[in-house]
Structure formats: structure tokens, C-alpha cells
Design a protein around this ligand. Structure first.
Ligand SMILES: *[C@@H]1O[C@H](CO)[C@@H](O)[C@H](O)[C@H]1NC(C)=O
Ligand SMILES: *[C@@H]1O[C@H](CO)[C@@H](O)[C@H](O)[C@H]1NC(C)=O
Ligand SMILES: *[C@@H]1O[C@H](CO)[C@@H](O)[C@H](O)[C@H]1NC(C)=O
Ligand SMILES: *[C@@H]1O[C@H](CO)[C@@H](O)[C@H](O)[C@H]1NC(C)=O
Ligand SMILES: *[C@@H]1O[C@H](CO)[C@@H](O)[C@H](O)[C@H]1NC(C)=O
Ligand SMILES: *[C@@H]1O[C@H](CO)[C@@H](O)[C@H](O)[C@H]1NC(C)=O
Ligand SMILES: *[C@@H]1O[C@H](CO)[C@@H](O)[C@H](O)[C@H]1NC(C)=O
Ligand SMILES: *[C@@H]1O[C@H](CO)[C@@H](O)[C@H](O)[C@H]1NC(C)=O
Ligand SMILES: *[C@@H]1O[C@H](CO)[C@@H](O)[C@H](O)[C@H]1NC(C)=O
Ligand SMILES: *[C@@H]1O[C@H](CO)[C@@H](O)[C@H](O)[C@H]1NC(C)=O
Length: 779
């Protein structure tokens, strides 16, 4: 073992000796480096090297970690210069200057900032990664730490007025697109590098703008990153508190080419070659402003930033998508052919841009579209807050946003590019369509509405007949339910007098059947025909064959002429909404936990345990009923969606109730079982806290239940949620965790109902949930 060690030492020592000068012994005047013979000087421990490294087809001068196989360059001299040829020499001249000789006799100084009067008497590559020149009294007169490129190392402060500029790419260390500036006002800010340092362009800042001048960014040997003010006070720790580690780790803070600042560490004890990320101010890869270049916008796909061109645009360079996009027709402004405009408009939702309008007018969207179409200067219009904000080229800083309060209206020109006749013809039709669309559709719709209004009565009758004819198409065979006549149910409900509730499409009455033996609830569907017919069939199909103690039982139906009625078991204790929000006696903690678990089991049955998977689509306290024993049962399947075998998702129009519908309904994503999980999560939090999911009467921070619960959870103040109620803290925390997992923005993050039940029962561990709001961790 020892022998192997020794020979390893010998080999590394030997190779260092032949490749570069060894150790910290100061580099004396007259020494030189050249790519061929003696490419670099090593620091004492051999950790860092200063000298020539390979760049493209030539060489650059820089400093890098030498002991790491994959070279990590931390500093580059004259980073924007082209690569150097093989026959160059770097000299520490006898008169004490560090110069580069590219042609015989022509020397350029590497140390521009150094006074020409001062001359060095030695140089050293220090173990900190700092390459320094000393004068005759061993004072440092020049050092690379003073002019960082994209990286700082432990012990290297970023002083007021200095910046880091990202590289073009991992291998091209020329100045790239992003900048981290230690500003004179004490604020540490990230900007796109080509723009003036104004607040609008910044994409991250340390918020220390009142810390006075001469603030510096510092990294210590333990990997702690912090800001010091001019009197040396630590005014902000960017990384969390760290214990001094006896395991020596390497650290570097690099502004990466993708615009994201990252603190990397690498343990010396380990043999793996990878740097791991210790800290970063953002996790959203689309955050860096202008990442995608002009006229392009950034979207996240599996956490990665992807540049996209808007409609009518193509990449400037198909090979480098981050350079931006150009219009793919040569035309600018308005194009016309035979006096007709041949431009068209396209809309882009949920994308934000730099908003630098040359005109902003208060218009509605249709007017905004027309206005931009007519205006030859208008390249695009951002329609937000009911204002039409017309933009010139180029569009900048585009990125996807989660809310779609801003609509980008983009003008696409077809005119002067010589496209084929066929496509032009088609385009023209499209354009006609747009014109008609914008002005005529409204009037047309009104006429249609009027006609519909007139015809609706006749239509009803006709529709009933049609439905009657279809009635036997399979539904009867599917369900084995009792059929009632209208007269029977009229009698059972005493002429529909005892109203007990209101469903999505009908009213519910109390009644008795079987000669007064069984109390039932009879739902009479009454609204526009096709709707209620669909609802009727839905309910029949969805629950006709379900049997579960946590689902309301359907006894029978009435399909008699124009009448559609459903007969259910009667739930004497009303709805969960009444119990939670209205009743004088609030549910006890045991009742709450029982309700939650029963509700979860009912949904689990719908999702997993019956013949067809069923998405209920309208889980809310009004649709959760309680029988005499206060057993929870799910009701109202009028909006339910049945999934075919093998189907896991479905597209459908928005169903459900505001406040309970999952965000994907608004995002045009397919709807899965996870939509019910979301609604369940909201209801669960309502059960726990005994209040509505939105309550504007409450103090501001409590208005939105989900946010408030998360805040309390984060702060470890769950007791605030239940005031002075008697609760079991461990169960409370479990329910809160489950609720927060269920309402995650991304459907895939939400647990399945099976898991929800296990978690509520306490048989599996529940990790701490992240914030339910999207991207809140980004800043
Ligand atoms: C070289 O290393 C020795 C100890 O290893 C140290 O005392 C000396 O100051 C170092 N010299 C320079 C120039 O860093
Ligand atoms: C390196 O080679 C180029 C031509 O290949 C020549 O012009 C230049 O003078 C050479 N430089 C040195 C320092 O020899
Ligand atoms: C590195 O980037 C600079 C600036 O864009 C460019 O001029 C140079 O050609 C690039 N080098 C390579 C090898 O692509
Ligand atoms: C700022 O701090 C640096 C180092 O901490 C110091 O050398 C410099 O004199 C200070 N400048 C001002 C204006 O305080
Ligand atoms: C530096 O910070 C300390 C602590 O916040 C403060 O007392 C001191 O006045 C600050 N110095 C300057 C120059 O602002
Ligand atoms: C940062 O952490 C250090 C200890 O590592 C502590 O002394 C200092 O007060 C902290 N600074 C702030 C602003 O919390
Ligand atoms: C130091 O490294 C050892 C082995 O790699 C590890 O077990 C230990 O937890 C580390 N200690 C610290 C403080 O990181
Ligand atoms: C412009 O781009 C779109 C989509 O990339 C393409 O369908 C269209 O044919 C292009 N038009 C021209 C004139 O190149
Ligand atoms: C709209 O434009 C007017 C002048 O053209 C300007 O004063 C106003 O600040 C603009 N409003 C916004 C929201 O940009
Ligand atoms: C379109 O084609 C005509 C001839 O076919 C040519 O003269 C004209 O320059 C072309 N225009 C563009 C924009 O390519």
C-alpha cells in the first residue's frame, strides 16, 4: 500500500517536473513558458496551474485546477482574443515585466493595469489560485485575483465596481451574455451584459441597495458566501450557516454561460470528478434575462431552458438556438398585394417580453388586433390589463410565464417573400378568415343567439323525441336500477314540496318510497335539454354500478317523457359545506379526521377500484353528504368523466367549481385523476381549518387558505391553523402535509389517492411538501 502511494507520488512529481516548474518556489526573472516545451507553472501543492491551456485550435493563457482531470479554468488572460499559435512564448523578462511574444521581437504586456514604472522581481502561482507579481520588497504589485473573469475563488473578493462576466459556452471563454456586478450602492445584481444596468433588466439582486458603498462579495474556505460592508461587517450570508469542515473541499463561484450563478464544491477526499452545486440564487433556468436572444422566448421543458421562436419566426442559426430568431419572411411593416393587406395575426399566451411600447392605448383585444394590423410600425402588441401595447423590433427578453394575463399578438407578413402560389392562396383564405373573424363573428353570434332563443322551445320538443329514440341505446342494459314513473315520484315527494338542495343541474327534494319505509332524495333535472340529458346519462353511468359505502347510493331513475329524475338514498345530515361552515356545532377533531379519511376512500374507489376509472371532476364540500351516522358520502356525479380502459387522461372543457378546480384545467393540459386529487387537497385543508378556501373577511395573509397553510407549515406554526381547538398535533401535521402535496401545481407531484389514503392512515412517511405555488422557489 505504502509502496503504491510512494510510486504514485513519484509519478505525479515526475510528471509535474517535466511539464512545468515545480512548487511554490518563486518564479525568477528570465523564466518563460511556451505551449510546446514548458506550458505552465504549478502552485505549491500542485492544485493550480498558470500557463497555456488548449483553446480551440490554439492556446490561451489562464489559470485552472490542475489536479482535476477535466480542466476547470478559473481565469483567462485577454479572454476575447483569438487563440494563440504554438510558437508563442510567455516571458517574465529580466527587467521585470510579464510579456507575451507572438512574433520575433514583438512583445505585449499581459499586465495592462500595472504601472509601466513598477517592475517585478519575482512571480508566484499561489495555492489559492492567485497568480501574483512581487516587487523587490516582496510586496504584491499585480495579481489575477484583481481582475476576475467568470469565477471567484475562496479568498478572492469581488470588490465594488467589479463584475463577473459569463463565458460564451463551457469551452469558449470569451465574454458571454451575462454579468454579475458588485454595485456602488451595495447591491449585488445580475444583468444581461449588453444592457444598461437598470432595474428592469436585472434578473437577480441581493437586495442590499442601502448598504452603503464599498460592499464586497466574499467566499471563504468553508464555502460560505457573504457580503461585507466597508467597515467589515457581514451584512448578508448568501449561503446558509456552515460549520467549518475539516474535510478540505474546493470551492468556486462561477457565473455560468447559461446566466446562472453557481457555487460549486468538490471534495478532495472523493475521487469523483464532478463538481457539485452548493448554492445558486435561482433554480429556474429561464430566469436569466435575454437567454434566448432577440425575438425568441424561453420555455422550460423538464427543468431545462429551451429557446423557441414565435409563429412566423425562424432561428437565426439552426445550430445555435440561443442566438435568437428572425422573421421568416423578408417583409417588414405592412405588406399588401393589389391593395389588400396580406398580413395576419397570431396570438401567443403566457409569454412575457421586455415591455417597451411605442404606443399604449386602452383597447379591448379585438380592437388591439385591428389596430396593430393597420399600423405598419406594429410588429407585435402585448395585450395586458386591457391595454394594447404596441412594440417595435426587436422583441427581447421573452420567457414563458405561468399566468396568462399577457397575450402577445404577433404580426406575420406573407407579402413580399416569394412563396408558392398554393400557399399564398391558402394564406389569403386564412387572412380573410381573420378579417371576418374579428368584425363579423360578434354580429353573427348575436344573430345565432337570437334565432336560438326563438327556436329553443320547438327544439326542446324535437330534442326530447330524439333522445327518446336513442334511449335504449345500451344504457338500460348497463344499469340495473329501478325505474319509476313521474307520477310515482310526484307522490313520493308530496308534489315536490320539500326541497332539500340544489345540484349543478337540478333541484333535490325529500321523499319516501316503499310505502313510507325508505326516505329518499329525488333530484329533478331541469335546465337546457341537452345538458341535463348528458348529466342524467352521466350520473347513471357513473354511479349506476358503483357500490361503496362512501358514495351516495342511487336507487333508481325516472325517464318519462320530458322528465328526468334520479332517486338516491337520503342523507339526513346534509352536506359537508353546511357542517363545516354553517352549523353552530363545529365538527370535532375526531369527526374531521373521519370525514377526511372517508372522503379519500370514496375517491380512491372511483379512481382505482371500480370497473371504469371515474374522474369525479367536482369534489367540493357541497357535493359531500353525510348520513345519519355522519358517514361521509360523495354525491353529484353530473360532471364526472369516465375513462375508457387503458385511457389515463382526457381533454375536456372546464368542469367543476372555482376554487376547487386544478390548475391544469386552465392550462389546456389533459385532465387526469390528479385533478380530483387537487380538489381533495383543497377540501382537506378546508376540513382541517374549518373555513373556506378563500375568505376575504380574514386578514390579508390568511385570505387564500392554501398559501396561509403553507406559510404556517414553513414557519412551524401549525397551531395557528386550528386556533384553540383540541387537536392531535401529529395528525394535524400529517393532514396538512397531505393537503399540501395534493395541491401541488404540477399534477405529477401530487400523490395518487391510494398514497393519500396510506398517508392519512399514517402507514407511510410524508416528506415535507414544497410550496404549492409554481416557481416560488425561483427567487
Ligand atoms: C513557499 O512555501 C513555503 C512553505 O511551504 C512558504 O513559507 C513560503 O512563503 C512560500 N513562498 C511563496 C512565494 O509562496
Ligand atoms: C510564429 O510563426 C509565424 C508564422 O507561422 C511567424 O510569423 C511568427 O513570427 C512566429 N513567432 C515566433 C515568436 O517565432
Ligand atoms: C468564441 O466566441 C467568440 C465570440 O462570439 C467568437 O468570435 C469565437 O469564434 C468563438 N470561438 C469558437 C471556437 O467558437
Ligand atoms: C474599499 O475597500 C477596499 C478594501 O476593503 C479598500 O482598499 C478601499 O480603500 C475602500 N474604499 C473606500 C472608498 O472606502
Ligand atoms: C456596516 O454594517 C454595520 C452593521 O450593520 C453598521 O453598524 C455599519 O454602520 C455599516 N457600515 C457602513 C459604512 O455602512
Ligand atoms: C453570517 O454568518 C456569520 C457566521 O458564519 C455570522 O457571524 C453573521 O452574523 C451572519 N450574518 C448575517 C447578516 O446574518
Ligand atoms: C468528511 O469526509 C468523510 C469521508 O468522506 C465523511 O464521512 C465525513 O462525513 C466528512 N465530514 C464532514 C464534516 O463533511
Ligand atoms: C415560416 O415559418 C413557418 C413555421 O416555421 C413555416 O410554416 C412557414 O412556411 C415559413 N414561411 C416562410 C415564408 O418561410
Ligand atoms: C402610456 O403612454 C403614455 C404616453 O404615451 C405614458 O405617459 C404612460 O406612462 C404609458 N403608460 C404605461 C403603462 O406605459
Ligand atoms: C420575388 O420574385 C421576383 C421574380 O420572381 C423577384 O424579382 C423578386 O426580387 C422576388 N422578391 C423577393 C423578396 O425575393
Amino acid at each position: 500500500m505504502v509502496a503504491i502511494y510512494l510510486s504514485l507520488l513519484l509519478i505525479t512529481g515526475f510528471s509535474a517536473a517535466i511539464h512545468g516548474q515545480q512548487g511554490n518556489s518563486s518564479i525568477s526573472l528570465g523564466s518563460s513558458l511556451s505551449p510546446n516545451t514548458n506550458p505552465y507553472w504549478l502552485s505549491g501543492s500542485g492544485q493550480f496551474a498558470f500557463g497555456f491551456y488548449e483553446k480551440d485550435d490554439g492556446f490561451a493563457i489562464g489559470i485552472w485546477f490542475q489536479k482535476i482531470r477535466q480542466n476547470t479554468v478559473v481565469w483567462t488572460a485577454n479572454r476575447d482574443n483569438p487563440p494563440l499559435p504554438r510558437n508563442v512564448t510567455l516571458l517574465l523578462t529580466n527587467d521585470g515585466r510579464l510579456v507575451l511574444e507572438q512574433e520575433q521581437g514583438r512583445k505585449t504586456a499581459l499586465t495592462d493595469s500595472l504601472q509601466s514604472a513598477s517592475s517585478a522581481s519575482s512571480a508566484s502561482m499561489l495555492d489559492t489560485g492567485n497568480f501574483v507579481l512581487y516587487d523587490s520588497s516582496s510586496t504584491i504589485i499585480w495579481r489575477t485575483f484583481d481582475s476576475p473573469t467568470d469565477t471567484i475563488l475562496p479568498g478572492q473578493p469581488l470588490l465594488m465596481g467589479n463584475d463577473l462576466i459569463s463565458s460564451i459556452s463551457e469551452t469558449n471563454h470569451s465574454r458571454g451574455k451575462f454579468r454579475l456586478v458588485m454595485q456602488g450602492d451595495g447591491n449585488l445584481v445580475q444583468y444581461p451584459s449588453g444592457t444598461p444596468p437598470k432595474g428592469d433588466n436585472a434578473y437577480w439582486n441581493s437586495k442590499t441597495f442601502d448598504a452603503g458603498d464599498n460592499v464586497s462579495l466574499n467566499l471563504d474556505r468553508n464555502g460560505q458566501l457573504f457580503l461585507l460592508n466597508s467597515t467589515g461587517f457581514n451584512i448578508m450570508n448568501l449561503t446558509g450557516q456552515r460549520n467549518p469542515s475539516h474535510n478540505f473541499s474546493l470551492y468556486r463561484l462561477t457565473l455560468d454561460f447559461d446566466g446562472i450563478l453557481r457555487l460549486y464544491s468538490r471534495s478532495l477526499n472523493q475521487n469523483d470528478d464532478d463538481w457539485s452545486i452548493e448554492w445558486s440564487p435561482t433554480s429556474n433556468h429561464c430566469d436569466p434575462t435575454g437567454l434566448c436572444g432577440i425575438n425568441a422566448y424561453c420555455t422550460l421543458q423538464e427543468q431545462k431552458a429551451v429557446c423557441t421562436c414565435p409563429p412566423g419566426f425562424d432561428f437565426l442559426d439552426q445550430g445555435q438556438h440561443n442566438l435568437g430568431c428572425k422573421r421568416n419572411s423578408s417583409a417588414d411593416g405592412c405588406t399588401s398585394k393589389n391593395g389588400e393587406t396580406v398580413d395576419t395575426l397570431q396570438e401567443l399566451e403566457s409569454v412575457e417580453w421586455e415591455d417597451n411600447p411605442y404606443s399604449n392605448l386602452s383597447l379591448n383585444k379585438i380592437e388591439c388586433r385591428e389596430d396593430c394590423l393597420k399600423d405598419c410600425k406594429c410588429v407585435a402588441a402585448l395585450f395586458k390589463d386591457q391595454t394594447c401595447r404596441k412594440q417595435n423590433f426587436p422583441l427581447r427578453f421573452g420567457r414563458e410565464r405561468q399566468d396568462n394575463s399577457c397575450i402577445t399578438i404577433i404580426k406575420i407578413s406573407f407579402g413580399s417573400s416569394n412563396t408558392t402560389q398554393v400557399s399564398r392562396g391558402r394564406k389569403k383564405q386564412q387572412e380573410m378568415g381573420v378579417l371576418i373573424g374579428s368584425s363579423v363573428i360578434l354580429a353573427f353570434a348575436l344573430v345565432i343567439l337570437a334565432i336560438t332563443g326563438i327556436l329553443i322551445y320547438r327544439y326542446r320538443v324535437w330534442e326530447y323525441k330524439k333522445i327518446k329514440n336513442q334511449w335504449n341505446d345500451g344504457l338500460i342494459e348497463e344499469v340495473t336500477l329501478r325505474s319509476y314513473t313521474y307520477g310515482e315520484l310526484e307522490k313520493a315527494t308530496n308534489g315536490f314540496t320539500d326541497e332539500v338542495g340544489e345540484g349543478a343541474f337540478g333541484t333535490v327534494f325529500k321523499g319516501v318510497i316503499d310505502n313510507g319505509k325508505t326516505v329518499v332524495a329525488v333530484k329533478r333535472l331541469e335546465t337546457v335539454v341537452a345538458e341535463s340529458e348528458r348529466e342524467f346519462r352521466n350520473e347513471m353511468k357513473a354511479i349506476g354500478r358503483t357500490h361503496h359505502k362512501n358514495l351516495v347510493k342511487l336507487f333508481g331513475y325516472c325517464h318519462d317523457g320530458t322528465n328526468r329524475l334520479l332517486v338516491y338514498e337520503y342523507m339526513s345530515n346534509g352536506s359537508l359545506a353546511d357542517f363545516l361552515f354553517k352549523s353552530r356545532r363545529k365538527p370535532s377533531w375526531e369527526e374531521k379526521t373521519g370525514i377526511a379519511l372517508n372522503l379519500a376512500r370514496g375517491i380512491l374507489y372511483l379512481h382505482d377500484e371500480c370497473e371504469n376509472q371515474i374522474i369525479h371532476c367536482d369534489i367540493k364540500p357541497e357535493n359531500i353528504l353525510m348520513d345519519e351516522q355522519k358517514c361521509t358520502k360523495i354525491a353529484d356525479f353530473g360532471l364526472a368523466k369516465l375513462l375508457m380502459p387503458n385511457q389515463t387522461r382526457t381533454y375536456t372543457g372546464i368542469r367543476g367549481t372555482r376554487g376547487y378546480v386544478a390548475p391544469e384545467w386552465h392550462r389546456n393540459l389533459p385532465i387526469t385523476l390528479k385533478a380530483d386529487v387537487y380538489s381533495f387537497g383543497i377540501v382537506l385543508l378546508e376540513i382541517v381549518c374549518g373555513r373556506r378556501n378563500v375568505d376575504v373577511e380574514l386578514p390579508e395573509e390568511e385570505v387564500v387558505l392554501a398559501n396561509w397553510v403553507f406559510d404556517c407549515f414553513e414557519a412551524g406554526e401549525l397551531d395557528r391553523l386550528v386556533k384553540d381547538e383540541q387537536v392531535e398535533m401529529n395528525k394535524l401535521e400529517r393532514m396538512v402535509r397531505v393537503g399540501l402535496w395534493c395541491i401541488q401545481y404540477e399534477p405529477s407531484f401530487r400523490p395518487t389517492m391510494k398514497r393519500v389514503v396510506l398517508m392519512l392512515e399514517g402507514t407511510v412517511e410524508i416528506p415535507a411538501p414544497p410550496s404549492p405555488t409554481p416557481f416560488s422557489s425561483a427567487m
